[in-house]
Design a protein around this ligand. Sequence first.
Ligand code: NAG
Length: 388
Amino acid sequence: MSQDGGCYTWIWTCFFEYSTPKILLIRSRKVGAINRFIQAVIIGYVIGYVCVLKKGYQETDTVLSSVTTKVKGIALTNTTAMGLRVWDVADYVIPPQEESSFFVMTNMIITPGQNQSHCPEIPSATANCSSDGDCMAGFSDTRGNGVQTGRCVNYSASAKTCEVLAWCPLEEDVDPPEPPILAAAENFTVLIKNHIRYPKFNFSRRNILPHINSTYLTNCVFSRTTDPDCPIFRLRDIVSEAQEDFQDMAVNGGVMGIQIRWDCDLDMPESWCVPKYTFRRLDNKDPENTVAPGYSFRFAKYYSDGEVETRTLIKAFGIRFDVMVFGKAGKFNIVPMLLNVGAGLALMGLVTVVCDWIVLTFMKKKNIYKEQKYSYVDDFELLSEEIP
Ligand SMILES: *[C@@H]1O[C@H](CO)[C@@H](O)[C@H](O)[C@H]1NC(C)=O
């Protein structure tokens, strides 16, 4: 029967085979120590990392939040263009309200008294001319300021440019003033009101904490060391906490991030759930790449001067502050706890695998261990022993 073929015999033996684990007790200090060490590592991981550090026994939820802001401060400027002038919130916060964000104008280029008329275009490759023949009536350059009339006129004593139909006089192509016009903006303050909610736990809280009364709120300014709970921030402090200089940033403008982190352990007292504020600059401030720096935009204020519609054009430079709210809350729940403890216990199965591998591969006496670990019992042998 065994001569019928190898395959037949092989399947035959394979199929009619039963393997059962046998307990092999290795009395060796080295092997014992390795075993205990691996067990300790796994228990340490389950208790230390999964339970204590990652709070694996908790169910978690992410934050929902709403943010409102209110800027305060007055600036006084004295420039040749505008004379003595006071600036309040309605002048420098543009637009008056935004979602989770506010813009404070710190610098500007003002072109007053513009109306619809003719004037020479700002000199450039397409606008320079020597005679009317160089200008084309009706042509408008996307980067220019108006529609050409077809005439070549004096821009200055030495330069001639094409005349355009535009809001005249045109805005001068200059760099923003330095120091910035509203340098005083560094002392402006902003009250940030943030209300958060963890819907899964029906838990809500706001950053004006219960112990803050209205007297404190009218006088405090956030400081990491003395007033870490005060929700009123001085703009200079926000910028300097991000390792930037306010006056530098105010010239060309930029974008700042105000991050509010609410990490709450709801198994602990509610008063431990407090916001943490951090600040960072969000726009690119790469010293190697200084082309088109900062943040600016134009807007105009229109008025009618008798019959002529006139406007004041303002190119505004400033800092936009974006408020970002993050957070995660955790609370004890039996389901995630069982899942995590179960996964940890399953890891204990690894101990035997790793120990076997070390013992059978690296030990000096590995051959002795191998002989002891696997033993074969053949039916024929048993039969012959049973039959006297
Ligand atoms: C901001 O306030 C400080 C002290 O309150 C003052 O020394 C400083 O000159 C102010 N900054 C500006 C630009 O006015």
